[in-house]
Write a protein that binds this ligand. Structure first.
Ligand code: SF4
Length: 433
């Protein structure tokens, strides 16, 4: 997963670019980068680490009226290319499925590669176009996979979303400034209003703080990533018209309706389980309370790049509150169960050690059965608990008194979308495109 941010304004954009990218930090914590156009040339800087920690004292010389920013768990972006259309910088979120075939093709055409990153393939394909819109169209015709991208040239920005709309992208506006970004949570404190989502397949040109649709590449199927609402996106964001907060509450309420249970409190695995737990508590009329606090200085475990880092982060991030646990029956809500090891080795151990009476786990999405091919950090099929085990076997394995998952139908209803308009590959192991 990554976060992308692009801005065109009448004034210097550097503060907005820095903060807008900072508000996408939850989408990737390993690398970050900014690029600006200052009227003469394109500046680019990338860092290993977090936006605030690395860029606070490194914005000198990054001014201009246009810029793009990136947060990533995988690689350094933006990248810069010099092409027949001139210099440009580009960053993207997503995943190319047919990358090997594309690299082989490009090598046959005489291209060399400095990395094996998807962004290099995308940039080289786009650079073959007669202009940037044509280049994006040519790239879109060859790439099988998911992408949302932004391009900074000397004088214009371009933004594009893949024809199925896997990765989110939204347009915002403030007096004299236009922004395109992964999530609308980056608008709120910067004073931007949501105009609309970028349409699946849409290519936008942005300059002088206005935007124009240059093309819409049509597809039979829209496939918004369901995981955005369940886990990935910030709770303050509105993704493709649906509030993440409301979607999570709906998912929690659906769990309470379908799997009623007697308990003293409903609690969350923070932070992403909080919305689900509040919805579950409101629907079941069981009081909501905290049994764990997520330590403020811990990162998201799911978005760490390696399994060892994910395990380490998962282990340190949750601190139990003993007084809330002892002798209580707890309904504990989480967004998903991947391998089940975190719940077994960390949550359940901490709850039992603190004298919990009963643990009833409620999971917002159905059992995960397949890895994501479209750009969300995930595991191999064999690592997924539900790939080999039944729900009863998972319950036994993690050691809880009760375990229930939302059904696929309830998931679609909670998001207010027909199942054919959202990607459900994680749970069905069927890749529709
Ligand atoms: S497979 Fe899962 S994580 Fe990947 S795009 Fe589909 S819903 Fe999202």
């Amino acid at each position: 997963m990554c976060g992308i941010f692009a801005i065109s304004a009448k004034e210097n954009i550097v503060d907005d670019l820095f903060l807008g990218t900072f508000y996408l930090q939850h989408r990737g914590q390993k690398y970050c980068g900014l690029s600006t156009y200052d009227g003469k040339g394109i500046n680019i800087r990338t860092h290993r680490g977090l936006v605030r920690a690395t860029f606070t004292n490194d914005l000198v010389g990054m001014g201009g009226t246009m810029g793009i920013g990136h947060t990533s768990l995988l690689d350094r972006q933006p990248v810069k290319l010099d092409s027949k259309m001139g210099e440009f910088t580009i960053c993207f979120e997503g995943n190319i499925i047919n990358r090997k075939e594309l690299i082989d093709d490009l090598k046959k055409q005489g291209h060399s590669f400095y990395s094996d990153a998807d962004i290099e393939i995308i940039a080289k394909l786009i650079a073959q176009g007669d202009d940037f819109v044509d280049g994006i169209e040519r790239m879109a015709a060859k790439v099988h996979g998911a992408y949302a991208l932004v391009i900074l040239t000397k004088g214009k920005l371009f933004a594009a979303r893949d024809k199925h709309g896997f990765r989110p992208m939204v347009i915002g506006q403030r007096d004299g400034a236009v922004v395109v970004t992964s999530e609308s949570c980056s608008f709120v404190n910067l004073g931007f209003e949501i105009i609309r989502d970028v349409k699946p397949g849409e290519i936008l040109e942005i300059d002088n703080s206005r935007f124009e649709t240059k093309k819409i590449i049509k597809a039979d199927l829209v496939q918004y990533c369901t995981f955005e609402w369940v886990y990935t996106a910030n709770v303050a964001s509105i993704i493709d018209g649906q509030s993440v907060d409301i979607a999570r509450r709906n998912l929690g309420a659906a769990l309470a309706r379908r799997y009623p249970v007697e308990a003293d409190i409903v609690a969350a695995v923070p932070n992403s389980g909080i919305g689900h737990a509040i919805g579950c508590a409101q629907e079941s009329k069981i009081p909501y309370d905290n049994v764990f606090i997520k330590y403020d200085y811990a990162s998201r475990s799911y978005t760490q790049p390696t399994q060892a880092e994910r395990d380490r982060e998962a282990k340190i991030k949750l601190i139990p509150i003993p007084a809330k646990i002892k002798d209580r029956s707890v309904v504990i809500c989480d967004d998903s169960i991947v391998r089940g090891t975190q719940m077994k080795n960390d949550l359940v151990v901490k709850l039992r050690k603190n004298g919990v009476k009963q643990i009833h786990a409620r999971v917002a999405c159905p059992p995960l059965k397949a890895p994501c091919m479209y750009g969300v950090a995930t595991r191999s099929k064999d690592e997924l608990a539900a790939h080999k085990k039944s729900i009863e076997q998972i319950r036994e394995y993690i050691g809880v008194d009760g375990l229930a998952f939302n059904t696929l139908d309830d998931l679609g209803k909670a998001l207010g979308r027909p199942l054919d308009q959202i990607c459900t590959s994680c749970w069905t192991d069927i890749y529709k495109v």
